[in-house]
Design a protein around this ligand. Structure first.
Ligand SMILES: NC(=O)c1ccc[n+]([C@@H]2O[C@H](COP(=O)([O-])OP(=O)(O)OC[C@H]3O[C@@H](n4cnc5c(N)ncnc54)[C@H](OP(=O)(O)O)[C@@H]3O)[C@@H](O)[C@H]2O)c1
Length: 249
């Protein structure tokens, strides 16, 4: 199915691994041009870029901490210099500063909010003027299952904040041809930084779940591509749960 994404410029944050990498490769397969960023893991980012170029995509890369508005603006300006503007923004980057609430510091809270909520706000603010000018744009944000079933109060707070951000932007920018949606995954397989928790530990997959396995990053990427493609122009402000039925909305 033609998704209408040929030559669209897609900026993905946190694109070095896992869902971000799978998403980059999925957009490359659609003929999109890519701006791939991550905070510090440049070697992983270059691996993603190489895979996308091998699929025929034009790619630029940039290191960018999404919690730093100047760095986000620089990355968007690099995209504009390379390709003329950003059509699709995928706010994928996250960190996993998690633990018992009373053991977490204010620095932990700031880091959690910076990566997961400041980042989508800064990046949206940087790309939306161009989207409005062109009368077309797509933004995909990431909530997560913790926002709906609890599990890490600080993470849950910012991931539910992402839902509010998504709804607010959808309402404000729909008339400009911009859709904004969120995805709330759970238990997607992938690499984790040493010492950080999984949202659900591998041994914790409940055999009574409707689909009792980990999800694949490619399954999430396919949903992102659909939401950004030409068939989803009437879909905005929604949060899509991709969790094997762990919670039912
Ligand atoms: N996987 C799941 O089961 C699951 C469940 C619920 C929600 N989600 C959501 O789905 C999205 C993708 O999940 P994932 O597991 O694939 O992510 P991930 O691999 O854990 O994180 C993606 C990348 O974000 C980068 N990052 C961290 N802090 C950053 C910052 N301040 N600025 C820029 N980049 C930063 C990291 O790269 P560096 O090493 O360069 O910092 C990391 O490689 C996330 O938003 C996540 O919250 C996933």
């Amino acid at each position: 199915m033609d998704m209408g994404l040929t030559d669209k410029v897609v900026l993905i944050t946190g694109a070095g691994r896992n869902i971000g990498r799978a998403t980059a490769e999925a957009f490359a397969a659609e003929g999109a041009r890519l701006v791939l960023t991550t905070r510090r893991s440049d070697s992983l980012l270059q691996e993603t870029a190489a895979a996308c170029r091998a699929a025929g995509a034009e790619v630029v890369t940039a290191l960018c901490d999404v919690g730093d508005e100047d760095q986000v603006r620089d990355a968007v300006q690099a995209a504009e210099r390379a390709f003329g503007g950003v059509d699709v923004l995928v706010n994928n980057a996250t960190n996993r500063v998690q633990g018992p609430f009373l053991s977490m510091s204010n620095e932990d809270w700031r880091a959690t909010a910076a990566a997961n909520l400041d980042g989508p706000i800064f990046a949206s603010r940087a790309v939306l003027p161009g989207m409005v000018e062109r009368g077309w744009g797509r933004i995909v944000n990431y909530s997560g299952v913790s926002a709906y079933r609890g599990g890490g109060a600080m993470k849950a707070a910012v991931k539910l904040g992402v839902v509010g951000l998504t709804r607010g932007l959808a309402r404000e920018f729909g008339k400009h041809g911009v859709t904004v949606n969120a995805i709330a995954p759970a238990s997607i397989e992938g690499e984790r930084d040493p010492g950080t928790e999984r949202d659900v530990d591998i041994s914790g997959i409940d055999p009574r779940l409707p689909i009792p396995r980990f999800g694949h990053p490619e399954e999430v990427a396919a949903l992102v591509v659909y939401l950004c493609g030409k068939h989803a122009g009437y879909v905005t402000g929604q949060t899509f749960h991709i969790n094997g039925g762990e919670i039912l909305q």
